[in-house]
Design a protein around this ligand. Structure first.
Ligand code: RAM
Length: 327
């Protein structure tokens, strides 16, 4: 009997120790625009890397099936109920998420955005992948490299409310107003909602509506891959060029086929790592005027509470294969 009692006490004590340890683990939720997107899978990989380095951290990786604000709001509410320590989010809408993330912050949850930001009042910090202006310039520069300075061009974006794509498109449009680009005519902006099939159909719609189209700029990894496939399937290689932001692993074949001359992106693994590291800095009270991003460096938020991570990197036939094994 005495043995049994001691054993029970020991088991109980072990159980308590275990749950105390589990409770101590910092829970960081990464809410992405949508599941099944290779870009966010790479960001997840970076989050896991940061968690491993920092120790005692659990990553909850989640996102809606479709890139909607409603889907993300539902997830945020459930994460509030789970009492996570931090939420890092790539927002499907800058404003629609604010009431939900404000509620989270009122409960002590540190909310940060990355990739696609939440409006200032709805988060503590927004990590931009790069400067919006640099990305806008890059998109036009790559277009000119592919088709020259004259002709019809179109943009195939992600969702109509996406903070990041809208900011980049705005910057690209600013660049197009320069006299040297007067010959480039932006005929339309269409939205594939970061769904492969919808993006593919939108690209086909562009070929039909604009028979003289020379280039599609897709500032989304889902859109650029789908548009490139539509160009290949439609036997339009050499007639319509695709450029934008893509993953080397998904784009190597399209560079080879000739549908794409060059595209750009930053390192999505580093982005996921950096925002997870930043979340840790906020939860532990270490974030100040500068925020450590671990092995990636530091971020110094501007008046809007935002900071860029890195410059976009350009890929073409000379280097795409080399990077395809990473992301
Ligand atoms: C898609 C998403 C993401 C964006 C990349 C470039 O994967 O829309 O938000 O940053 O493209």
């Amino acid at each position: 009997m005495k043995f049994a009692k001691t054993l029970t006490a020991a088991v109980l004590a072990a159980g308590l120790a275990f749950s105390a340890q589990a409770a101590d683990k910092m829970k960081v939720a990464m809410v992405v625009k949508t599941l099944g997107n290779g870009f966010f899978d790479a960001a997840h990989q970076g989050a896991d890397e940061a968690a491993k380095q920092l120790g005692n951290m659990e990553i909850i990786f989640t996102g809606p099936a479709k890139a909607t604000a409603e889907g993300q709001i539902e997830l945020i509410n459930s994460l509030i109920a789970q009492k996570v320590d931090a939420i890092v989010i790539s927002a499907n809408d800058p404003d629609a998420l604010v009431p939900a993330t404000k509620k989270a912050m009122a409960r002590g949850i540190k909310v940060l955005s990355f990739d696609s930001g939440i409006a200032k009042e709805g988060r503590l910090f927004n990590l931009l992948p790069s400067s919006n202006a640099l990305i806008g310039e890059k998109l036009i520069k790559m277009t000119v490299e592919a088709v020259g300075k004259t002709g019809e061009i179109a943009i195939l974006s992600a969702t109509a409310q996406a903070t990041n794509q809208n900011a980049w498109i705005e910057e690209a449009k600013k660049v197009l107003t320069k006299p040297e680009y007067a010959g480039l005519k932006l005929v339309t902006v269409v939205y594939g909602d970061d769904q492969t099939d919808k993006s593919y159909r939108e690209a086909q719609g562009l070929f039909k509506s604009y028979p003289n189209l020379k280039a599609i700029i897709a500032p989304t990894t889902v859109g650029i891959a789908a548009a490139s496939k539509a160009v290949v399937d439609g036997n339009l290689v050499g007639k319509v060029f695709v450029t934008g932001l893509g993953l080397p692993s998904e784009m190597a074949g399209h560079v080879k086929s000739g549908a794409v001359k060059s595209f750009a992106i930053w390192n999505p693994i580093d982005l996921g790592y950096s925002i997870t590291y930043a979340a840790h800095e906020f939860v532990t009270g270490k974030a100040g005027k500068t925020i450590s991003l671990g092995r990636v460096g530091t971020a110094t938020p501007d008046a809007n509470g935002e900071a860029p991570m890195a410059e976009p990197f350009t890929y073409d036939a000379s280097n795409v294969e080399k990077f395809a094994k990473f992301f």
